[in-house]
Design a protein around this ligand. Structure first.
Ligand SMILES: *Cc1c(COP(=O)(O)O)cnc(C)c1O
Length: 376
């Protein structure tokens, strides 16, 4: 059986070691005679699994004691509403920095809930190819919201805004544990797990305790399931948690620890992304779309020279489409899969999350070099 190099933006590649451990334990976890998939979430076999996952999140991310770690469902997208429903309490007003699709969706959801949304900065003017510089956020806001790594646009904050006491909320779905992060600078962090931590199905939420309020303080009509307190009071077991996904998450966290923790991931991710960007920056056939200084280590969108005139010339656009299609097909045949770009950026995108190896990136760059030679 040959495994491919999987560059999917999400759900995405998991460490092979973790998959093997899961396979080994599939029919009989730890002498219980059951698969973790089959267990009661309240059983003595399962409880240590969720407890270990939480303590590993705390350890690897350095989560301070006055923060809760929650395992929720509904993906990153449900957090767009939950953040507003739980945090927009005093002023019903929030500041958003618009850096692409996911930040825009989050702002739109808050607006739908009647929150006064201030888009205090945007990189829309250059198709979200950079991160605006907003060193300081102040004003009568209940919270300020950023998307730390923009999965589609391939951009990443190189700084954390100061907020003068306003709780800072960050979507870290596509960069969680890709590098060290000072949790104490944030009021709330959340991450859909399917990019960098686990299969789809669990959302990690890290929330400062003073921001957790009862249902009566959330926006009127907030369902119990969308109230952080419901889950915080019940150790993420108010209802059935995504048991199996949390089990895989725990294994991925141990894998991260064995590989040097957040610092180890940073070294690994810097090496991989530098290798790919260095190739792109010296190529006369490809170019990265994200601006230097704002580039993601996780998601690398790139175009070919055929995109240069595609916006205003129909035959160039047709040629670009043909080349992109050919690239994706031939890459797949070479064992490099899920490289098709997002329609909003075009071209190709290589997502190189924690689990992607340097060998995988080198194989991609080798392929790209050959493809350029054959199609210039
Ligand atoms: C994928 C993604 C989301 C959406 O996550 P779902 O779990 O599919 O709802 C939100 N934010 C970012 C940054 C993402 O990459």
């Amino acid at each position: 059986m040959a495994r491919v190099y999987n560059f999917s933006a999400g759900p995405s590649a998991l460490p092979e070691e973790v998959l093997k451990e899961c396979a080994d334990e599939m029919l009989d976890f730890n002498g219980s005679g059951q698969s973790v998939m089959e267990m009661s979430h309240r059983s003595k076999d399962y409880e240590p699994i969720i407890q270990d996952a939480e303590s590993m999140v705390r350890k690897l991310m350095g989560v301070p004691d006055n923060y809760k770690v929650l395992f929720l469902q509904g993906g990153g997208s449900t957090q767009f509403a939950m953040v507003a429903e739980n945090l927009a309490r005093a002023h019903r007003k929030a500041a958003y920095i618009e850096t692409g699709v996911w930040a825009k969706k989050a702002a739109a959801e808050a607006k739908r809930l009647g929150i006064d949304v201030d888009v205090i900065a945007s990189s829309k003017d250059r198709n979200y190819s950079y991160i605006p510089q907003v060193q300081r956020i102040s004003g009568g806001y209940d919270y300020a919201y950023i998307c730390l790594n923009n999965t589609i646009m391939g951009t990443r904050y190189g700084y954390i805004p100061e907020t003068d006491g306003i709780p800072l909320v960050a979507d870290i779905s596509s960069c969680v544990l890709s590098e060290p992060l000072d949790v104490s600078k944030f009021g709330l962090l959340f991450a859909g797990a399917q990019k960098n931590l686990a299969p789809a199905g669990v959302t990690l939420v890290i929330i400062r305790e003073d921001l957790i309020c009862g249902e009566e303080e959330c926006l009127p009509g907030t369902p119990a399931m969308l109230c952080y307190k419901t889950h915080a009071d019940n150790g993420s077991m108010y209802n059935t948690p995504p048991c199996y996904t949390i089990y895989v998450l725990g294994k991925v966290l141990h894998w991260i620890e064995r590989n040097g923790g957040a610092e180890g991931m940073l070294a690994r991710n810097r090496e991989k992304s530098d290798y790919l960007y260095d190739f792109l920056d010296t190529s006369d056939f490809y170019h990265a779309t994200a601006e230097k200084g704002s580039r993601s280590m996780m998601n690398v969108p790139f175009l070919t020279k055929y995109s240069d005139h595609a916006a205003d010339d129909q035959s160039a656009a047709a040629k670009e489409k043909e080349i992109n299609g050919k690239f994706v097909r031939e890459a797949e045949a070479a064992g490099l899969v899920n490289l098709k770009g997002h329609r909003l950026v075009g071209g190709m995108r290589a997502s190189i999350y924690n689990a992607m190896t340097l060998d995988g990136v080198k194989a991609l760059v080798d392929f790209m070099g050959r493809f350029a030679e054959e199609n210039r």
